[in-house]
Design a protein around this ligand. Structure first.
Ligand code: G6P
Length: 516
């Protein structure tokens, strides 16, 4: 990466930095990452054991950091062969084919998975944070096991973290762990957390069962980071409203509660821009596209959407917008193919089964209405495709329709831009995604205003080439300035500054687009 600031520019000047410098940034202390998802799982394939790589933004983004630092990553061991390969401490070298760090697994039994993962994490905190209050389902056992599983992860932190280390919790699965850890680890250990999903306004968060305890748990962190200022501000408002005896300094972004100060800030997560661009230019990418277009008789103009099949992603609304577009612009029937690359997710939860059924019905409806022998308007598939194939799909799609109803960031929008090495695609983006803050040259839509969304699709497919290129050029600058290395550096340097007593972190220094 050529655009992030140097780790060791003592004189204040910036130098070129590569992701392999993270060990230098951290200096003497170690790094312990805690996340629910593990970067690699071991599974049985007949009698053989194979390794699955988790491609999600969180795990894919932190894996190179861990490889460079050589720390410890604590995560749920969810693979059916995970236990076969660990040592007596339940740890395994990772990545399996070229070890650079230690992956330590936490075993969860079926009830823990049901209550902590499917329950409190994904039926309470996920819908609350995405302002989907009607999807909140709480059983007492969800909360009890959320607490006990958070404690079990902290047990592992205690085993592995040493004084001066940085412990980096990831996401909403661990809202209680920081306060538990605060009591148990050395005071020179820095506790920090990145919250990958939105934080809602108080009027929504006040509906959260056990909300006060959630906030207290997070205030065990020394550093708590969100993607964009709006989530940080919402969090600070919630602290003030929920905890009468907390002192909140909105300007400095600090909360002092129970004798401990937490720095709260925002660093928007980015993607590995250079790697994605390189993948988009490979022979494998070209071959994928040639096969794909031939096999599916794809139209000349292609729109793409890549989503976990989650109710927050706005997929039924997108299908309605496309339907309206084809209805109003019949000359585009047969001329535009929409490709939906979905990934099944959390299907044990009713709300997810419902949305997945609705998406399937929406695809069928549009295809029945407009499809012909030669043309399928919506091609929808869930099969795994390689990173090169995905980069190819992005590169060759004339437009991307990224329309979440609410989304912490949305890294797919950034990946699409990163893969536009020909500078000619159009990004149609929901103004409800954190990515809207960075990517101000996208065509912005309100996902549920499907009429205006249909107009935006029309504007995108008819946009003059000069405007398309100018917008994409700006978007590409924006994702490059804010790539994954930049995000990593901002987080790690902020933690090191706190560890080394260099004061607070009030200058996120991130590029900003239009919205707060
Ligand atoms: C979101 C969350 C991540 C999560 C990912 C996949 O991006 O912020 O923490 O890992 O979705 O969801 P899953 O439930 O499969 O881990």
């Amino acid at each position: 990466m050529s655009n992030s600031k140097s780790a060791d520019a003592d004189d204040g000047e910036t130098e070129v930095e590569t992701p392999t410098d993270w060990g230098k940034v951290i200096g003497d202390g170690g790094l312990v990452v805690v996340s629910n998802r593990q970067p690699y799982s071991h599974t049985y394939d007949g009698d053989d054991i194979t390794v699955e790589v988790h491609a999600g933004g969180l795990t894919a983004g932190l894996d190179p950091v861990m490889q460079s630092v050589g720390g410890t990553w604590i995560a749920w061991g969810d693979g059916d062969a995970d236990r076969e390969v660990v040592d007596e401490d339940d740890c395994v070298p990772a990545p399996p084919d070229d070890p650079g760090y230690t992956l330590c697994r936490v075993w969860l039994d079926e009830e823990e998975v049901d209550d902590y993962y499917y329950g409190f994490s994904n039926q309470v905190l996920w819908p609350i944070c995405h302002s989907a209050l009607t999807n909140v389902t709480e059983w007492e056992s969800y909360w009890e096991r959320y607490k006990s599983v958070n404690e079990r992860f902290v047990d592992r932190v205690e085993e592995h973290a040493e004084s001066g280390d940085i412990v980096w919790f990831q996401d909403y699965h661990f809202a209680l762990a920081p306060a538990i850890a605060r009591e148990r680890v050395d005071e020179d250990t820095v506790l920090m957390q990145f919250w990958h999903i939105p934080w809602p306004a108080w009027d929504t968060f006040r509906g959260c069962p056990h909300g006060e305890a959630i906030i207290e748990g997070l205030l065990g962190n020394d550093l708590l980071v969100f993607h964009v200022p709006r989530y940080r501000d919402n969090f600070l408002d919630c602290v003030e409203a929920a905890l009468g005896d907390a002192t909140v300094d909105h300007e400095a972004g600090t909360v002092t509660y129970d004798g401990h100060t937490t720095q709260v800030t925002e660093f928007p997560m980015g993607v590995q821009v250079d790697e994605i661009a390189q993948r988009a230019a490979t022979d494998e990418a070209d071959e994928f596209w040639a096969d794909f277009t031939e096999s599916y008789n794809v139209a000349d103009t292609v729109a793409v959407g890549v989503d976990r099949l989650d109710y927050s992603k706005g997929i039924p609304e997108r299908l309605r917008a496309l339907e309206q577009f084809w209805e109003r612009n019949p000359e585009w029937q047969g001329k535009l193919t929409y490709v939906e690359k979905g990934s099944e997710t959390r299907s044990q939860i009713d709300a997810y089964q419902d949305i997945q059924d609705r998406i399937e019905a929406g695809v069928e409806r549009v295809n029945d209405r407009f499809g012909t022998d030669d043309w399928t308007p919506v091609l929808s598939f869930e099969e795994y495709i390689s990173k090169e194939a995905l980069a190819s799909l992005y590169r060759h799609s004339d437009l991307a329709l990224i329309s979440p109803i609410r989304d912490g960031m949305n890294l797919v929008a950034q990946e699409y831009v990163a893969a536009q090495i020909d500078d000619d695609g159009v990004l149609v983006l929901s103004d409800q995604a954190g990515a809207g803050r960075l990517l101000d040259a996208a065509v912005m839509v309100k996902p549920q205003n499907t009429g205006a969304f249909a107009d935006a699709i029309e504007a995108a497919v008819t946009m003059p080439e000069s405007e398309r290129r100018a917008r994409m050029h700006r978007l590409r600058e924006q994702v490059s300035e804010n790539d994954l290395a930049t995000w990593t550096g901002l987080n790690l340097r902020a933690a090191v500054a706190l560890r080394d007593g260099e004061g607070s972190v009030t200058e996120p220094g991130v590029p900003t687009g239009g919205q707060p």
